[in-house]
Design a protein around this ligand. Sequence first.
Ligand code: PHE
Length: 337
Amino acid sequence: MSDLLETIEETRQKALKAIEQASTPSELEQIRIEFLGTKGRMLELTRSLGTLPKELRPKAGQAANKAQNEITKAHREALVAVKKSEAIANRLDVTLPGRRPAVGHTHLLNQTLTEICQIFEHLGFSIVEGPEVETDYYNFEALNFPADHPSRDMQETLFVGDKLLLRTHTSPVQIRTMEKSPPPVWVVAPGKTYRRDDDVTHSPMFHQVEGLVVDKGITMSDLKGVLSAFAAHFFSPNTKIRLRPSFFPFTEPSAEVDIACVLCGGKGCRLCKSSGWLELLGSGMVDPALYDFVGYDPEKISGFAFGMGVDRAAMLKYGLSNIRHLYEGDLRFLRQF
Ligand code: PHE
């Protein structure tokens, strides 16, 4: 008899100690199986009560019951406590190193746009802006486009209504600026522009920076001086530019401005198609016909204007072969800048 009572007491102590030391639900489950399970030690002990003489059974039975209840209770409480502390640990592990928040940066195009504008601001220009949805009047008519000019063709222009369109260039801001303020005018107008065009060097939405200077005694050499200074700051100090005769309805004379190839420096390579030059922008002296539209007196002032492709400038500066890199939002590309 005393043997069995002793075994019950030993088992009770063992179980309680094991429960106390357990720190995970799976450890506690092992303990439950060992002591309280259907093949567990407590059940084994209860069974062996049957081997005792009848008069000794109640005392031993009571002891076994008491031990079983005690172990069950301790086990239940331990399980609750362990689960609770595990949940807390999962929520916050103060020993883990902190996570760095992902910090983005300005997109390459906006960097380029900002840089271009800053260079002109240092040269004394101010920044102005105009709407992206334009009227035929500002985008074409007041810029001296004849009614049947090819640029008005549906192939090039995205119309949003009758005589309402997505501006095909930033030049309408020239008219809006001159309408608003008398000369002298020294402005650049950055912004989005739209054309029906889509290949490796053209995107249907692209960016331009328009420049307009109207002042006393402005000549073509001022145009060349300003753009040389720009090229030196934007590309590299000794970047050469050249003016090539061209045509725009709103400038006379007009010139395409090229920069010496950024890759070969003018010797001729694949990028510049062996010419040594890369086309950067369109420009010219403001056609006096525009002054009639805005009420300026062409006898007193003269001016020049230019329109630069920002996407193109970024591609030239950073040697990009595909304009789509600028619009796909691929972080592996963007993080390099
Ligand atoms: N607006 C012209 C274009 O988009 C560029 C330009 C601007 C040309 C100003 C001359 C003067 O092609």
